[in-house]
Design a protein around this ligand. Sequence first.
Ligand code: GLU
Length: 472
Amino acid sequence: MSHATRHAAVKTRFAPSPTGLIHLGNVRTALFNALYARHGNGVFLLRIEDTDQARSRAEHTAALMDDLSWLGLDWQEGPAVGGVHGPYAQSQRGEMYQRFFTELEEQGLAYPCFCSQRELELSRKTQLASGRPPRYAGTCAHLNAEERQKRLDRGLQPTLRFRVDNGDVVRFDDLVRGPQAFPTDGIGDFVIRRADGSAAFFFSNAIDDALMAVTHVLRGEDHLTNTPRQILLHRALNMRTPQYGHISMIVGADGAPLSKRTGSRSVRELREGGYLSLAVVNYLARLGHHYENTAYMSLDGLADEFELTKLGRSPARYDAAQLDYWQRQAVQHADVDTLWQWMGEAVHAVVPATQREAYVAAVRGNIVLPGEALGWAQVIYSESLPIRAEVSELIGQAGGQFFAAAVAALDAHPSDYTAMVEQLKRDSGAKGKALFKPLRAALTGELDGPELAPLLALMTAARARARLARWA
Ligand code: GLU
């Protein structure tokens, strides 16, 4: 749907800083915003927060757009698709920010600050030492024009600070965490423009949400304490504040924030590792959001049942086994073409094109990642079949007579698996596991796997015969 056809009663956004590949935590934030917008038939907006020039890279922006598209999280407003509130990269919005800096300065709501990093650090330490929460001491808050000029003449590059009056309380209703109250005494005057002239995060993020008419912001809990500052900026500039909801962080099995060691992976890694996008989406949608419905769902299904009231307040625990559960579901539900592409060239080189549908149907229940698809292809289509020690032991236990009977049964019914098994049962006296295990072992070299009938149907009768005859 284009942005023209969606009415923006709800407009959410994802506002990543393009400093690296997007990881699971960040992409879950994107997903929740996209689902909420879709739920309300609203707009999902993408904004690139690249004001930190040293760390932002165009290739990261390209990669994250590509990752979002792969996941199906299309945005109706933002880079590549446009919209009336652009540009959508903050690096291109400098002039707009400048206008608001000037407005705040003219109203006396912001002032240049010449304090050096060293001075600020010293002041911070002194406050901490005397048991006070560190905040800006107000050193430059009341410099007169002459004092400012003197510092400018010395070549000092000021930052711009926003004035925060003491004695007030900023209140808001968090969509996830309920009523919040932050006394302004604990905030202190904060920097909105860096010394190099670029906008600080608090500022550009707050201003853009208002200018872009964002109605709902779902973001990580780590931003909760930024929100009162941003609300103060909206008030000073007479702008509309979106509704904020701070979602709980994802933690590893040890309860600590997700790290490389505890499974934090980039979307890119998962994709290249063979995870299907709907597996990732079904998993992440349930990480911190409760769905009554435990079925595998499309994005639309997940959006229909997405509710702000179902966002949890306690940390969401990452569980790789759950991700694999949804991956199995995704493999079960994907269409043949998708799975065929997913299996990759190595499989295409082994499986004849005429058998692709039958092959996909035969193995899809038994594979999680594409590498396993290649394994079964080799079992069916390769001449050689390596037999591991435990497998040959089982074959040995069944004995030569069993396999002689199996060859005879196959010769009598080369293309009728049921009839073949019936005859083998009769002639060998084996049944149940004692029949199927050795049969499977000799034909596939494995003790478990997909159902035998469809595998056998794909294998040439000569190959199946040779594999059985080898043990007769
Ligand atoms: N660029 C910020 C981040 O990536 C955005 C935070 C927000 O969603 O407001 O953390």
